[in-house]
Design a protein around this ligand. Structure first.
Ligand code: AMP
Length: 419
C-alpha cells in the first residue's frame, strides 16, 4: 500500500516522499483513515512503530482542509518527555512543510521566554510536556477553548513518570466536544480507566510492539574505553561477514571523526548528518544502498526516515541518551524477517544510558567479553558488569544467556548459525 491510497493530500505526500518514506507502517495504514474520519482512537503502539506520523499526517491534513484557519490552538499533543516533544515537533515540521500549519513545542527545564514568544505569535498545533503546559496555562499564555483534537502520547509512561495527575488537570480544561487520540504501549488498569473516560466510541488499533522485533535482533554489548572505540570498530570491521553497517554516533563531529578513521584504514565510509547538504546525504545513502559504501555513519536526526531493506548490521558507536532511540536504531535491522545484528559500544561514561535502555527493552543485552580491548573496558565499566550479572539472575534462562555472553564475536556467530 502506498501513502496515496490513504487519500493523503499532495502537499503532505510530497513531504513524506522527501522523508524517504514509501510505504505506510501498519499503524499508519490503520490509523490515518480513522483519524481523517474524525473518530476517537485507542492506539496500542510504541515509539518506533511510526506512530508519530500516524497522527501527525492526518492532523495536518484536517487542518489544511480547514484553511483559512481561525486563530487559536486547534490541536494539543501531550507527551511525557522533552525529547519526545522535540521529535514530534520535528515530525510536524517535516510532514507539514508545504502546508503552512503552525506548530510550537513547549517543555520544562529551559527558560519559558522563547516559548511564550512563540505562543504569542500564535500556533495551530501545540506539542507539550504536562508540567510546562500547566505552568503556562496558569500564567494565562495558553487557552484551549478552540481545541478540536487532543492527542495523549505514551499514556503509560505518563503514569510511570508520575505525570498522571498533571495530565488529568489538563484534561479537565479541555472542551468536551473534541476528537481524542490516545496512545499507549501497554494498557495497565489505570490507563484503561483513563482511556474509557477520555474516549467516545473509540476505534482500536494495535500493532506488534517493537520489543518483539527487538527480541528477534541479535544484540551484543561491548564494554570499551571511550578512547578505544575507534580500534574496536576497526577490529569488528575486519570481519568480512559485515558487508555493510550503519554506525550511529551521538554528534555530527563524532560522525565525521569516525568516517576519517575508517577512510584512513581504506574502509569506504561516509557520514550523513545535519551539516551535510541534502544532495550529499542522498548520494551517501544511494552509495550505501548499492554497497559502494561499506559503512554509513549517521546521527539520529539524519537517520530519521532512512529506509534500507536488508540492513544486517547496526553499530551503536555511542549509546543514545533517549532509550527509545536505541529501539529505533536497532529496529532498522532484522526487518521483514531478515536476520539482524545490533552491536553496541558502552564506555564508562555511558553506564546510565545502558541502564535506561535495558530497562526499556526489559532485557539484559548479552555482553561480548572476549575482545582485544576488554582489559580496559572491565576497568572502565565494573559497575555495569556487576549490575548486568545481577539482572541476569532474575532472568529465567540465566545459564543460556550468560554462556552466550561469554563467546567472542566469531564464535557467537557460529553458535547462532548452529542453533
Ligand atoms: P515513531 O514511532 O513515530 O517514533 O517513528 C519511528 C521512526 O520511523 C522515525 O524515525 C520515523 O521517521 C520513521 N518512519 C515513520 N513512518 C515511516 C514510514 N512510513 N517509512 C519509513 N520510516 C518511517
Amino acid at each position: 500500500m502506498a501513502f496515496k491510497q490513504l487519500d493523503i493530500i499532495e502537499p503532505i505526500l510530497k513531504a513524506v516522499a522527501a522523508e524517504g518514506y514509501t510505504i505506510p507502517t501498519p499503524i499508519q495504514q490503520q490509523a490515518i483513515p480513522l483519524v481523517l474520519q474524525r473518530k476517537d482512537l485507542l492506539g496500542c503502539a510504541q515509539t518506533g512503530t511510526g506512530k508519530t506520523a500516524a497522527f501527525a499526517i492526518p492532523i495536518l491534513q484536517i487542518l489544511h482542509n480547514q484553511k483559512p484557519l481561525a486563530p487559536g490552538i486547534k490541536v494539543l499533543i501531550l507527551t511525557p518527555t522533552r525529547e519526545l516533544a522535540i521529535q514530534i515537533n520535528e515530525s510536524f515540521a517535516a510532514y507539514g512543510k508545504h502546508t503552512g500549519i503552525r506548530h510550537t513545542v513547549i517543555f520544562g527545564g529551559v527558560s519559558q521566554l522563547n516559548q511564550t514568544y512563540a505562543l504569542k505569535r500564535g500556533t495551530d498545533v501545540l506539542i507539550a510536556t504536562p508540567g510546562r503546559l500547566l505552568d503556562l496555562m496558569t500564567q494565562g499564555y495558553i487557552r484551549l477553548d478552540q481545541l478540536q483534537i487532543f492527542v495523549l502520547d505514551e499514556a503509560d509512561r505518563m503514569l510511570d513518570m508520575g505525570f498522571i495527575h498533571d495530565v488529568k488537570k489538563v484534561i479537565a480544561k479541555l472542551p468536551a466536544k473534541r476528537q481524542t487520540l490516545f496512545f499507549s504501549a501497554t494498557m495497565p488498569p489505570e490507563i484503561q480507566k483513563l482511556a474509557s473516560v477520555l474516549l467516545t466510541h473509540p476505534a482500536k488499533v494495535e500493532v506488534t510492539p517493537p520489543s518483539s522485533t527487538v527480541d528477534k535482533i541479535d544484540q551484543r554489548l561491548y564494554f570499551v574505553g571511550k578512547m578505544e572505540k575507534p580500534e574496536l570498530l576497526l577490529h569488528l570491521l575486519a570481519n568480512k561477514e559485515i558487508k555493510t553497517a550503519l554506525v550511529f554516533t551521538r554528534t555530527k563531529h563524532g560522525a565525521d571523526k569516525v568516517v576519517k578513521i575508517l577512510q584512513r584504514h581504506n574502509i569506504r565510509a561516509a557520514a550523513i548528518h545535519g551539516n551535510k547538504s541534502q544532495n550529499a546525504r542522498q548520494g551517501a545513502l544511494t552509495d550505501f544502498k548499492n554497497s559502494t559504501l561499506r559503512v554509513l555513519v549517521a546521527t539520529d536526526i539524519a537517520a530519521r526516515g532512512i529506509d534500507i531493506d536488508e540492513l544486517a548490521h547496526v553499530i551503536n558507536y555511542d549509546l543514545p541518551n533517549v532509550p527509545e532511540t536505541y529501539v529505533h536504531r536497532i529496529g532498522r535491522t532484522g526487518r521483514a524477517g531478515n536476520a539482524g545484528m545490533a552491536i553496541s559500544f558502552c564506555s564508562r561514561e555511558e553506564r546510565d544510558e545502558l541502564k535506561n535502555i535495558q530497562k526499556l527493552i526489559a532485557k539484559t543485552i548479552p555482553v561480548v567479553h572476549e575482545h582485544p580491548f576488554v582489559a580496559n573496558a572491565m576497568v572502565a565499566a565494573p559497575v555495569v558488569a556487576a549490575r548486568t550479572q545481577t539482572s541476569f539472575k532474575s532472568q529465567r534462562n540465566f545459564n543460556g544467556q550468560s554462556r552466550q555472553g561469554g563467546h567472542n564475536f566469531r564464535s557467537s556467530r557460529r553458535t547462532q548459525r548452529a542453533k
